[in-house]
Design a protein. Structure first.
Length: 316
């Protein structure tokens, strides 16, 4: 993108930021507010950054939030801050890569609340910064961002409460995980096409893609594998999460209306958090906005299997 293109992109971003800032001041009408203080929202990795902000904003809207962190003390610290603002928030330990932790969490939710209405899968890792592109931690990145998120979705699905407004799953993903991204796309056109087409997309295809990438990491050939060029391990983990969101939405659409679960993903933008070493062009508060908006969409406006950014649908 040339200098003028960059300038135009910056102006468009700024304009959308102002529009959203205005939209955030518009209160939900009683008709749109499908939730109450009994509505339970779980946010993963919510001790800091975007997850903390999603938890805070959902609680400000009047939901009860279970704020989870892989470290209980960090969950407690964040919860204490929010409770001091008068918000209804509860801490709980949850490491999405640890099967035991996920099972204990599900049992605790069952006992404490009987079920949940909203699940925000925010927990994630990225070990690259700036222009780095190391795959030293590729296994952890894929195990956390894709398989960990999948694990928590599968474990929590039976606990998602049936209702007329539908339970909601929001996956915090990234534009870096687009199969057809301008700079960061999958090189193999057949794989790209198979990921995009409903008839060829499957969990097995995703598993094979990730296994193939990790074996190339192990034997040192990944650089010639046609993978995304920026933050390769992270981009692939988010690509798998995006594509899985579409796949899962299709499976969930077979449910009866009374047991509807909507699942979508979004990109928060480039956000100043620990993950980006505090670089970025927006605050965590702004980055959380689209996720909160998606979780609270009035039932007549909600769809499933979509990818959003700045409160608008974008391509996978
Ligand atoms: P942070 O590093 O601030 O937050 C990440 C959170 O995930 C932390 O709470 C971290 O816990 C938690 N986490 C990591 N691994 C696990 C695990 N195994 N189990 C449970 N929690 C875990 O980064 P951000 O707030 O920026 O990131 C939040 C989400 O947004 C991520 O999914 C990220 O990929 C996504 N994102 C961020 C962008 C950005 O520009 N910041 C851009 C696009 C997407 P701990 O504190 O213990 O490390």
């Amino acid at each position: 993108m040339g200098k003028k293109g960059k300038e135009r992109a910056r102006e468009r971003r700024e304009q959308r930021r102002q529009e959203i800032s205005h939209l955030r001041t518009v209160p939900y009408s009683p008709h749109e507010r499908w939730w109450s203080k009994e509505t339970v929202a779980v946010v993963t990795g919510a001790n800091q950054g975007i997850g903390y902000e999603i938890a805070r904003q959902l609680a400000v809207h009047g939901l009860h939030v279970v704020l989870t962190s892989r470290d209980f003390d960090r969950a407690l610290g964040a919860t204490t801050n929010l409770q001091a603002e008068g918000l209804s928030v509860q801490p709980c330990q949850l490491d999405i890569t640890d099967a035991g932790s996920v099972m204990s969490f599900a049992s605790w939710i069952q006992l404490e609340h009987g079920g949940i209405d909203v699940l925000v899968n925010n927990a994630g890792v990225n070990f690259n910064r700036g222009a780095d592109n190391s795959v030293e931690f590729a296994e952890t990145v894929i195990k956390t961002n894709y398989y960990g998120t999948k694990r928590i979705i599968d474990t929590m699905l039976p606990l998602m409460r049936p209702s007329s407004f539908g339970a909601r799953i929001v996956n915090v993903s990234s534009r870096l995980g687009r199969a057809n991204g301008r700079k960061n796309k999958i090189g193999d056109p057949t794989l790209r096409e198979n990921l995009m087409k409903d008839e060829t997309l499957s969990e097995q295809l995703l598993d094979e893609m990730l296994t193939n990438f990790l074996s190339q990491v192990n034997d040192g050939t990944w650089q010639n594998g046609g993978w995304p060029q920026m933050y390769t391990d992270y981009s692939l983990s988010k690509l798998a999460l995006n594509v899985y969101t579409r796949l899962k939405a299709r499976k969930l659409s077979e449910r009866l209306d009374s047991h509807r679960v909507y699942i979508n993903c979004f990109c928060p933008g480039w956000v100043k958090t620990q993950m980006t070493n505090w670089e970025g062009n927006m605050s965590a508060e702004e980055g959380a906005d689209t996720g909160v908006w998606m979780a609270l969409l009035p039932v007549e406006n909600i769809s499933s299997g979509r990818f959003y950014a700045e409160r608008r649908e974008i391509d996978f």
